[in-house]
Design a protein around this ligand. Structure first.
Ligand SMILES: [Zn+2]
Length: 501
């Protein structure tokens, strides 16, 4: 199997795993009924942030040993007493506050065995609403150092935990689970699974163990249907993130320097030069003066494509309008190719007459409906266009698509669905002002880890993707089509690279 085929199969597999429901593709995860989960970053990370602080300060290996000791002592103590009022030995910051006193005491006693832990966990006292605040402060003491330094230490810890699959996040998720496993409250299926937990991260292939730990933790830490617990846990998490936001500033990245990578002037003139040659070719191949919808449209597509490509390039290929230019070129290409492929002289008439109908409709609206006349259209120009082929009164107005077939289907008939997929779908998001396009152009991610990767406005729009090669490619493809119907026209546009040095 070739690489290209493999890539295609893989892609089909990903899209194919979605289930079509009406006009929606349902993602594999959402096909599982009744899925509701707490998010690691939003809800669970604030409870296990103490683990991240510990890893950062005393090192991963030693932090894991502290987690293991807590797991053994708190887990064992849990099952030594019958009729406990708490149902699980939870060691998240909120979960701890729900434990019986003896379990809380054991947790703190084991945790603070190593004297470096005090320094490591000091940032926790920045939170006045910390569950068990009094207990924590007994061990951590009051704030004596610079608060902003504590926020920085906290930010460093949060940054390694934000990704729910990172090694450190997995360690913390394991730390949450290990007392529960040791308490016997979680029945694992096999001896092997038990060892994977208790001997983490030294037993078995960790590529298999880590996902297993994360999946188990996701189930248990979701609160196991305990609504009251969930509500209070969420309250702490929200409190944590709100405090982080209130006390630390946003960091927006500096926009990349916008540079044009090709010789703009020479490339533009390579496009402009085609205009004259195309005009000559038009005259050379023209025999009649009567209305010729096929000829006019075919050459018209090419001249129009030259215009659009020039404008896209003039924006250095990087403005949003360069993407809109791509979308227009893709539509011209598909329409042109479709008209050629269908091989019906009548269809060229339909195409032309549809356009005249649109001019008539616009004229009538200017005349009868719109009270404020838009500045960009002149009434008399529209009237002339609408009346050009036949007197407007005889012109029908078609309200649907001109060919009674949408552009996607048209591209399938014309055997250029690849152009539709590559240049029409995504650029349409920009044309329609859909969310991801807006997100892409005007927002950036704040890189203060304490702000949960939220979005902030950029200092200027993002103009980084160069569309120049695509503009030239589509333009040349449209010129290729002309060759199929009115040969021979060989001139093509090209990207001219900058002189080096
Ligand atoms: Zn921010």
């Amino acid at each position: 199997m070739s690489r290209k085929q493999k890539r295609r199969n893989k892609r089909e597999g990903k899209i194919g795993s979605h289930k079509k429901q009406g006009s929606k593709l349902i993602s594999p995860f959402n096909q599982i009924p009744n899925t509701a989960y707490m998010s690691w970053m939003n809800d669970r990370l604030p409870c296990m942030v103490w683990g991240g602080l510990l890893i950062n300060r005393i090192g991963r290996k030693q932090a894991i040993e502290v987690f293991r000791q807590i797991g053994i002592h708190v887990g064992n103590l849990f099952c030594e007493v019958n009729d406990r009022s708490c149902n699980l030995p939870r060691v998240g910051i909120y979960g701890l506050s729900t434990l019986d006193d003896d379990l809380q005491d054991k947790f703190f006693e084991v945790l603070f065995t190593d004297e470096r832990v005090v320094e490591a966990l000091k940032p926790l006292i920045l939170f006045k609403d910390l569950p068990l605040y009094e207990k924590w402060i007994e061990y951590l003491g009051d704030i004596t150092e610079n608060e902003s330094q504590l926020w920085t230490i906290l930010a460093d810890a949060v940054s390694i935990l934000l990704d729910h699959q990172s090694q450190e996040a997995t360690d913390c998720r394991w730390a949450y689970m290990i007392p529960i496993v040791n308490s016997g409250r979680l029945q694992l299926q096999t001896e092997e699974q038990y060892r994977e937990f208790t001997e983490y991260p030294n037993y078995e292939d960790q590529r298999k163990v880590r996902p297993f730990i994360r999946a188990t933790e996701m189930q248990i830490s979701g609160g196991m249907m305990d609504a009251e617990y969930l509500k209070a846990k969420k309250a702490w998490s929200e409190n944590f993130w709100n405090n982080c936001k209130d006390n630390t500033p946003c960091f927006a990245s500096v926009p990349e320097k916008n540079s044009v990578d090709f010789d703009l002037i020479k490339t533009l003139s390579s496009v402009q030069n085609i205009w004259t040659d195309l005009s000559d070719h038009f005259l050379e191949t023209d025999k009649f003066t009567h209305v010729q919808p096929k000829r006019d449209a075919s050459f018209g597509f090419c001249f129009y494509a030259l215009t659009i490509a020039q404008e896209g390039l003039a924006s250095s290929g990087k403005l949003v309008t360069a993407k809109l230019a791509l979308r227009m070129l893709a539509e011209i290409h598909i329409t042109f190719k479709y008209l050629i492929k269908v091989r019906s002289e009548e269809l060229w008439d339909v195409y032309r007459s549809y356009g005249s109908g649109q001019a008539k409709l616009t004229f009538l609206k200017l005349d009868e409906v719109l009270e404020e006349q838009p500045g960009y259209i002149k009434r008399e120009d529209i009237e002339a266009l609408a009346n050009e082929d036949i007197y407007m009164d005889f012109q029908d107005i078609d309200l649907g698509n001109w060919a009674k077939i949408d552009l996607r289907k048209m591209s399938q008939v014309a055997d250029c669905k690849n152009i539709y997929d590559a240049y029409y779908s995504w650029t349409s998001s920009y044309a329609h002002g859909q969310w991801c396009a807006i997100r892409d152009i005007v927002f950036t991610t704040c890189y203060n880890p304490l702000h949960r990767l939220h979005r902030v406005p950029r200092s200027a729009p993002r103009y980084e993707d160069g569309a120049e090669k695509d503009l030239i490619l589509l333009l040349n493809k449209i010129l290729d089509l002309l060759n199929e119907v009115y040969p021979i026209f060989e001139k093509r546009a090209e990207i001219v690279q900058k002189d080096k040095g």
